[in-house]
Design a protein around this ligand. Structure first.
Ligand SMILES: [Zn+2]
Length: 144
């Protein structure tokens, strides 16, 4: 388990430090590199777990994360609609073995469905945000 933790992308805080939009005592909310659309966050517990076995304190924290995310979506994307989902297990589409939730802001006038774009295999480099774009967007959210 300890060895898995070292190799886990979501346990390597130094690698996503600049992507952190906010954190709570037990969760991080980050801006993913994938360029999916307006309003897309990844929410995951700081603790390395790979299933939906959150403690009651973590559930409270998760709920707090969702409240803050809904406020960011309302402030910056003018929408109260969103998708929240997670994949558990490889067959379900989980590629990082650390519990994480995808959250998308949704609106009526979207160019495309962000869920379809997320599931598209092998996004090219142009399908990813640059370091500068990440820093700019995270700064915008943090200044709310
Ligand atoms: Zn992990």
């Amino acid at each position: 388990m300890e060895q898995n933790k070292v190799l886990c992308l979501l346990c390597s805080k130094d690698d996503f430090l600049h992507q952190i939009v906010f954190e709570t005592p037990s969760f991080y909310v980050i801006l993913p590199r994938k360029k999916i659309g307006n309003g897309y966050f990844l929410v995951f517990p700081k603790r390395h777990i790979n299933d939906f076995n959150l403690s009651s304190d973590e559930f409270k924290d998760f709920s707090l994360c969702m409240e803050k995310i809904k406020k960011l979506f309302t402030d910056y994307h003018k929408s109260v609609d969103y998708n929240l989902f997670c994949n558990i297990g490889y067959s379900a589409g989980q590629h990082i073995e650390h519990l994480h939730f995808h959250v998308f802001s949704r609106s009526e006038n979207e160019e495309y469905n962000p869920l379809n774009k997320l599931n598209k295999e092998g996004l090219s480099r142009s399908g990813q945000l640059s370091e500068e774009e990440i820093i700019t967007l995270v700064g915008k959210y943090k200044n709310s």
